[in-house]
Design a protein around this ligand. Sequence first.
Ligand code: ZN
Length: 52
Amino acid sequence: MKINAEWHKKNKMPKNPTEEQRIKWHIAHAKNCACWPIPKKLQEIIDKKYPS
Ligand SMILES: [Zn+2]
């Protein structure tokens, strides 16, 4: 597991994130850090909302 501590310091997850905030956080997180994969359920939502 690789943790990008620097990124985490600068990008805290909001305390009560909306779905939108969670998605944005996870997308940014996945690009910068690998400590925590995107949860499957959230990935499904991302796939539907942001088809690439
Ligand atoms: Zn991380």
